[in-house]
Design a protein around this ligand. Structure first.
Ligand code: PMP
Length: 409
């Protein structure tokens, strides 16, 4: 039973060692984006200093080197999520683009009038709006799976919604707004029993949980590199081969074709069929470095450390008068969402920033669940394994000062 050495891990993240408004930075906005370890930053620099060239087409040494590193990153990501084959890992720009690709390609080829798409009521807008767009085109509907006011999905209500008109169930693994870890194994099983395809939005899961797409048996699993220590601009779409094979291309262009003529064009094989144009090569290679980094740390110990941080923070929040927790599902990770009585989240966030503490405030791109809860948004402190109890002490010291300023004057 190793203890996690967060102090040592912090040394890998250069950005954490700075002052903001004269105070050492406490970074608690990890759900928005995680920071990058030196190895990831170095991978980007090394690529542009040594290997820069276009992938898959060059007949020269640099292009071969870039292609090898680029494709090796695909193998690394496949290994991380236990995908059966690397060609099931498709590069996108992020979670949003992955979901848009599936909605447009799978949706346009599969949906018909009267079909239903179910998404949880606490989804990120990225897992709602692409479905609304394709549903409007195809005469399908998008319906919310009920979530109670603690942030737990109502599985019985979900089961009652299922019948053979449900074609897609799209659900987050971990809620970015409330931190709920959803019972995705059961959701996938129930969706499949009804004959529906199931997509899991893993944007918030990848940095906290060890994901196995074969154990989950999901049809699609999507996430963003920037929320798991990689760079912005790169995302992943994992899909089952039989679905990806039948889906038409999303965008046309170079790389995604086999032959092009004015008489007719044929498409490339997986994964290239879905990768039109020059990709973010440096970003993909740096994501590979992020995977190496994740696999170099003790993930079980990191998970225990994160659980300790959340419990420690929650206990402090419950002990502080005037703080109301938002999102109290039994299974949670990484997120403490709350309100301070008599204040607006934005004012709290601004006063925390002035004390060097970075959090996010607002509806967290999950407006429907905020509407259900009757609040405009929350203050969200989101944790990563490089955070410490000392960071949480700083958060609550800063909250006490904010409260003095906003409430008790
Ligand atoms: N889904 C969830 C659960 C998220 O947290 C986010 C990012 N906040 C997204 C989707 C969208 O990710 P991106 O902006 O990287 O496309």
């Amino acid at each position: 039973h190793n203890t996690f050495n967060a102090e040592q891990v912090r040394q890998d993240f250069p950005i954490l060692h700075q002052e903001v408004h004269g105070k050492p930075l406490v970074y608690l906005d990890n759900a928005a984006t995680t920071q990058k370890p030196e190895a990831v930053i170095q991978a980007i620099v090394d690529y542009y200093r040594q290997d820069n060239s276009n992938v898959h087409r060059g007949a020269h040494t640099l292009a071969e080197r870039a292609t090898e590193k680029f494709e090796n990153a695909r193998v690394k990501v496949a290994g991380l999520i236990n995908a059966p084959e690397a060609r099931q890992v498709i590069w996108t720009r992020g979670t949003s683009e992955s979901i848009n690709l599936i909605a447009a390609s799978w949706g346009r080829s599969q949906l018909k009038e009267g079909d239903r798409i179910l998404v949880s009521a606490m989804e990120h807008h990225s897992n709602i709006v692409p479905w609304q767009m394709i549903a409007a085109q195809m005469g399908a509907t998008v319906e919310p799976i009920p979530v109670d006011n603690t942030g737990s999905i109502d599985l019985a209500a979900f089961e009652a919604m299922l019948d053979d008109s449900v074609r897609m169930v799209a659900c987050g693994h971990v809620s970015n707004a409330l931190g709920s870890v959803n019972p995705v194994e059961q959701i996938i099983r129930l969706a499949h029993a009804a004959g529906a395809v199931c997509l899991i939005d893993g944007a918030q899961a990848m940095s906290h949980l060890q994901v196995d797409v074969q154990a989950l048996d999901c049809d699609f699993y999507v996430f963003s590199a920037h929320k798991m220590f990689g760079p912005t601009g790169v995302g992943v779409l994992y899909g089952k081969v039989e679905l990806l094979e039948t889906m038409p291309p999303y965008q046309g262009g170079g790389e995604m074709i086999e032959t092009v003529s004015f008489a007719g064009t044929t498409y490339n094989q997986l994964p290239y069929k879905f990768e039109a144009g020059t990709p973010d090569i440096a970003g993909v290679i740096a994501l590979g470095a992020a995977v190496d980094y994740l696999q170099s740390i003790d993930r079980d110990a990191a998970e225990r450390h994160e659980r300790d941080l959340l419990e420690y923070a929650e206990a402090k929040a419950r002990a502080m008068p005037g703080i109301t927790l938002v999102g109290t599902a039994a299974e949670r990770t990484g997120v403490l969402s709350f309100l301070m009585d008599g204040t607006h989240p934005h004012d709290v966030g601004m006063l925390l920033d002035q004390q060097g503490v970075a959090v996010r405030t607002g509806n967290h791109c999950a407006q429907p669940i905020m509407d259900q809860l009757g609040i405009p948004g929350t203050v969200r402190a989101s944790f990563c394994f490089y955070n410490t109890r000392a960071d949480i002490d700083r958060l609550f010291e800063a909250l006490a000062k904010a409260k003095q300023f906003l409430v008790e004057e």
